[in-house]
Design a protein around this ligand. Structure first.
Ligand code: NIG
Ligand code: FE
Length: 414
């Protein structure tokens, strides 16, 4: 089934086949085409060009046509870091936070991630799926066409598997592209309190083989930070995961310069994420590697943490991806347009840099940039058709004005 999107004011985010990420000055460039059409075939982008349509031969009777009415057509957002499978919420901690407690103080009192783990334990798999589906649908309608989802609120084998099964079910239930990350080392489960080393051994010997055996994860993650897991423990888990072919996506440098970037890079991690606290040494370590630095401005915003040094990274020739970190504790929002806006407003990225960080580089950071993240023939037709816009900057500038006119996911209009 072919669909023609015609009357496109500007086709945005055109990337040649084979360009899997943008780095340095390339991040400031977004290729566009004015007065364009785009043809999809099944779930993929087939072709595009300028003018009103591809030529008379292509207009068949069964061709579906969508009039973009002069709006932009852009790739949908690729959110490479989220924790949307969780039970309930943590609005009580929000009150504590307003009263002055930090994320670390809340965690040290036994709240935070452990609080979510208790709630998840008491919640049935069906109910967990229902709540998580609501969040996934919410972000899909906000323009996210691909997302990564982590486990990490189970903290025992049964509950981690329960979370990963829910992610698998989301994957089967929704048209957006979903990747699953096993984050057993998000915190030490209550049953192992005071026995962190034993917990890490259990993650490696019991959880990982079970997860891999059931094919439930694409990646492995560790919360490598002050008060959580050490670089040595992170490398131990990454080494154990490598046996099962699972590559790392590491939480690093949120609360302190943790050594997590070095640990991740030493084991060929696909991404190192957070980076609110980063020195020049981490930038040096990332140079010339396949590891994508991912920054999470929604967590900086909500948790009142510094924003990552995205501009310095880009000046240093590195690429950067931005993601939502949608989770109940440090970033209860998955709105990637808001993330793009924070990239501009708080991190001083140009709209073009922020756009690339939220699309192609996000796709790279979840291993799907051959499939998503740009307007490229052969990639998934996951597209946003916008209201007419004066400039790409308007998406971030007027970040609460509705801008989505139509959403296309796998070639079909939502
Ligand atoms: O990315 N920092 C670790 N994990 C999440 C927060 C999880 C939570 O507080 O529930 C994050 O910010
Ligand atoms: Fe996170």
């Amino acid at each position: 089934m072919k669909t023609l999107i015609r009357n496109i004011g500007k086709l945005v985010g055109i990337v040649p086949e084979g360009t899997l990420r943008k780095e340095g000055v390339e991040m400031g460039k977004v290729e566009t085409l004015d007065n364009a059409w785009l043809m999809t075939d099944g779930d993929k982008i087939l072709s595009f060009g300028t003018g009103s349509h591809p030529g008379d031969g292509c207009i068949t009777e069964d061709l579906l046509t969508i009039d973009a009415e002069g709006g932009y057509v852009m790739p949908s957002f690729c959110d490479s870091h989220s924790h949307i499978v969780y039970a309930g919420s943590r609005y009580g901690e929000f009150r504590d936070k307003i009263d002055g407690l930090t994320y670390e103080q809340i965690a040290a009192r036994g709240g935070g991630i452990l609080n979510s783990a208790d709630l998840l334990h008491e919640t049935s798999e069906e109910e967990l799926f229902r709540q998580s589906l609501g969040r996934a649908v919410e972000v899909m309608y906000k323009g996210t066409g691909a997302m990564e989802i982590k486990s990490g609120y189970g903290l025992n084998t049964e509950d981690e598997l329960k979370m990963l099964r829910v992610i698998r079910r989301l994957r089967a239930s929704l048209p957006i592209e979903i990747r699953a990350t096993f984050l057993g080392a998000h915190a030490v489960g209550r049953a192992y309190a005071g026995r962190q080393g034993e917990y890490v051994d259990m993650v490696c010997r019991e959880m990982l083989p079970a997860v891999a055996d059931q094919g439930l994860a694409d990646f492995v993650d560790v919360f490598c930070d002050r008060g959580f897991f050490t670089p040595e423990e992170t490398m131990q888990i990454l080494d154990a995961a490598q046996v099962f072919g699972l590559r790392g996506k590491i939480h690093a440098n949120e609360l302190a310069v943790s050594g997590g970037v070095q640990a991740g890079v030493s084991r060929g991690a696909l991404s190192v994420d957070h980076l609110e606290q980063t020195t020049d040494a981490e930038m040096k370590v990332l140079e010339g590697t396949d590891t994508m630095p991912v920054m999470l401005p929604g967590a900086s915003f909500f948790s009142c943490l510094p924003y990552g040094r995205a501009k310095d990274f880009i000046r240093g020739g590195l690429g950067v991806a931005l993601a939502s970190d949608y989770n109940p504790g440090s970033s209860p929002s998955g709105d990637m347009r808001f993330i793009m806006a924070l990239g501009c407003i708080q991190m001083k990225l140009t709209p073009e840099e922020s756009f690339n960080a939220c699309t192609l580089n996000g796709a790279y950071a979840m291993g799907i940039s051959r499939l998503a993240g740009s307007v490229t023939p052969g990639k998934l037709a996951n597209l946003i058709i916008t209201e007419p816009l004066p400039d790409l900057a308007f998406i971030a500038y007027s970040h609460h004005t509705p801008f989505i006119k139509h959403l296309i996911v796998r070639g079909k209009q939502l």
